[in-house]
Design a protein around this ligand. Structure first.
Ligand SMILES: Cc1ncc(COP(=O)(O)O)c(C=O)c1O
Length: 362
């Protein structure tokens, strides 16, 4: 990456590109770290958003105890970058993936989420065959309706089986309250998140009463860290978006800075319509069309594969070659489209960081 034009002004960068404001990123990471330092809860930031070992290490250096990953491939990238304490917050099934997971466990402290007794047995058998004990936690469904065991007895039954399996080391439970993280009304969000955490914590208590040690109780997203992180008994926050942020989270009041922008260039102008060189292969739109940061008075109204359509509502006319900067509406999926962050400080390119885990869907 040394051939990149370090020191170049943002206005001279080739487009389209994904820019990351270094100072805003640092402030976001420090803000979450300070929140955790002041409480008996730790951060295990989710790399599903940034997909970048450099950012993961910044989070570790700020006090995170490890990194959460969505996929095995993402965890492999983080482990190759030297991060040892990894949580794959998903189920790992099938001989191929289980073999990779066990290999990863040989050179990291990876743990995996489980919600099924047969899967637990497969994992244990594979680990035992390699002479390892694989760290495992139970994913509890606290209201997502996605993966996870039901809170209470169903989770207890699985935990009782898992603690007997010789190839597993039972670490605890997780329950992601993702359905609550973007509820616009903060009181409703608080109530839903607290209800979800009650399910998780009462399940942890039940396991402990039955003699099963529960070390980890992991939960939270960027929209609920300040609620979930205050609840006694939650040990880890698996927050993702806070580091880079996006327009959707900003619109529902997340108290972090938007560090991420898409830099694009006008390639054609027709009166009050300007066409930019960035379309849906540069930015995603499932959370709405990305807002235009500047110039003022222009709105993104449509995306095709490689083009964005801007409509003028006011402000100065645009000309071919002019720069347009937009804030991704959804950071996680937009970042995954890019090879690298163009890391800016005071308007100058400071570094280029590979998004090494982009596309790691297996
Ligand atoms: C299991 C799990 N935990 C944590 C997060 C982090 O969420 P956020 O990006 O809202 O911080 C996600 C995001 O989708 C997730 O799926």
């Amino acid at each position: 990456m040394s051939s990149y034009p370090i020191g170049m002004a943002k206005s001279d960068l080739d487009t389209p590109c994904l820019c990351l404001d270094a100072a805003a990123l640092e402030r976001n990471i420090e803000k979450m770290a300070a929140f955790c330092r002041a409480r008996p809860v730790r951060a295990r930031p989710h790399s599903k958003t940034h997909k970048c070992p450099t950012i993961a290490w910044m989070q570790m250096n700020a006090g995170a105890i490890g990194i959460t990953c969505a996929k095995l491939g993402e965890a492999e990238v983080m482990a190759q970058a030297g991060i040892r304490d990894l949580l794959i917050a998903n189920q790992i099934l099938g001989a191929q993936k289980i073999a990779r997971l066990i290999n990863l466990a040989a050179y990291s402290e990876v743990m995996v989420a489980v919600d099924d007794a047969d899967n637990a047995k497969e994992l244990s058998d594979a680990a035992e065959a390699k002479g390892l004990k694989l760290r495992a936690i139970i994913e509890v469904d606290v209201g997502m309706g996605r993966c996870g065991t039901a809170p209470g007895e169903e989770t207890l039954a699985l935990a009782q089986q898992m603690v007997r399996l010789p190839g597993l080391r039972f670490e605890g439970i997780m329950g992601y309250e993702g359905f609550a993280v973007m509820i616009p009304d903060m009181e409703v969000r608080r109530q839903k998140a607290e209800e979800a955490m009650q399910k998780l914590l009462s399940t942890a208590d039940l396991l402990r009463r039955k003699g099963i040690p529960v070390g980890i109780v992991s939960a939270a997203g960027t929209g609920t860290y300040h609620i979930t992180g205050e609840i006694p008994g939650i040990t880890e926050l698996q927050v993702g978006s806070y580091a880079t942020m996006d327009a959707k989270y900003k619109s529902v009041g997340a108290d972090f800075e938007c560090a991420l922008t898409i830099l694009a260039r006008v390639i054609s102008v027709h009166g009050d319509v300007a066409i930019i060189d960035a379309g849906m292969k540069t930015m995603t739109h499932e959370f709405g069309l990305p807002p235009v940061l500047h110039p003022e008075g222009w709105t993104l109204v449509k995306l095709s594969e490689e083009h964005g359509f801007l409509q003028r509502q006011g402000g100065e006319p645009l000309r071919r070659g002019d720069l347009v900067e937009l804030i991704p509406s959804h950071g996680c999926t937009t970042i995954n489209l890019h090879d690298a962050y163009w890391v800016m400080r005071n308007g100058v390119l400071e570094a280029v960081w590979p998004i090494a885990a982009r596309g790691c869907i297996r």
